[in-house]
Design a protein around this ligand. Structure first.
Ligand SMILES: *Cc1c(COP(=O)(O)O)cnc(C)c1O
Length: 224
């Protein structure tokens, strides 16, 4: 291992204000990297490919809290439903229904975040603000008893312009307030704002992130 995972991890943890959680994004990194972070007390890890995650979940300690942070195909939900703690990038009502169905089969309630598409890149997944408003207004989601909507997730545009990144995070933060007031005012579970990755998590925290997803700054560059 040519990366000092322990040192990198603590450097980041030391900068996080109280109330901001760290998801250590371990996709494409081997188990020994995860174990190095685990040995330092890190328990929350994020992965974005079902097969890779399932292999790691079987090999690694049972008390790891796994987040699925990537785009999830509906036909893959059944494989992670028995153990996943949170599915962070839920981008359609169809996916919500499938997670609900598979969670019910496992007698579980699975936590999810709704992924917003705010970035200007056409390739990013997620609900537009309008799509998200419309989905919530329809109310069908209230019947899905085996999922719990815990907040919002998004990725900013991959640009150098810090003011644009900040603007996108603030759009998400303001949208959180709108949705919270309209649908989740009496629901304490709806409290998470997941934005910020290695390059922009400090800006994200200034824009009220509660959950940053950091990979490269902990584990080094990914080898695809
Ligand atoms: C890979 C990934 C991250 C981590 O990105 P880094 O730049 O390595 O910190 C965060 N969020 C999502 C959704 C990802 O897919």
């Amino acid at each position: 291992m040519n990366v000092d995972v322990a040192k990198n991890l603590h450097e980041i943890l030391d900068t996080l204000p109280e109330g901001v959680k760290l998801i250590a994004v371990s996709k494409y990194h081997p188990n020994e990297y995860i174990q190095a972070a685990y040995a330092e007390g890190q328990r929350v890890f994020g992965e974005s490919h079902e097969q890779e995650l399932s292999k790691k979940q079987q090999a690694l300690p049972e008390d790891i809290v796994w987040h699925f942070i990537g785009h999830l195909q509906t036909n893959k939900v059944k494989y992670i439903a028995p153990y996943i703690s949170m599915i962070d990038a839920v981008d359609s009502f169809r996916l919500m229904k499938e997670i609900n169905k598979q969670a019910a089969k496992n007698n579980r309630v699975v936590d999810i975040l709704l992924e917003l598409h705010i970035a200007e890149e056409a390739t990013k997944y997620g609900f537009t603000l309008t799509e998200c408003r419309d989905m919530l207004a329809l109310g069908e989601w209230r019947k899905l008893r085996n999922i719990r909507i815990c907040g919002l997730m998004m990725m900013a545009s991959n640009v150098d312009d810090e003011s644009q990144i900040r603007r996108e995070f603030m759009t998400a933060a303001n949208f959180f307030d709108e949705i919270k007031a309209e649908y989740f005012a009496d629901n304490d579970a709806f409290c998470e704002r997941s934005w910020g990755m290695s390059d922009d998590y400090k800006i994200a925290i200034e824009c009220r992130s509660t959950m940053v997803r950091v990979g490269t700054s902990i584990f080094g560059e990914r080898v695809y």
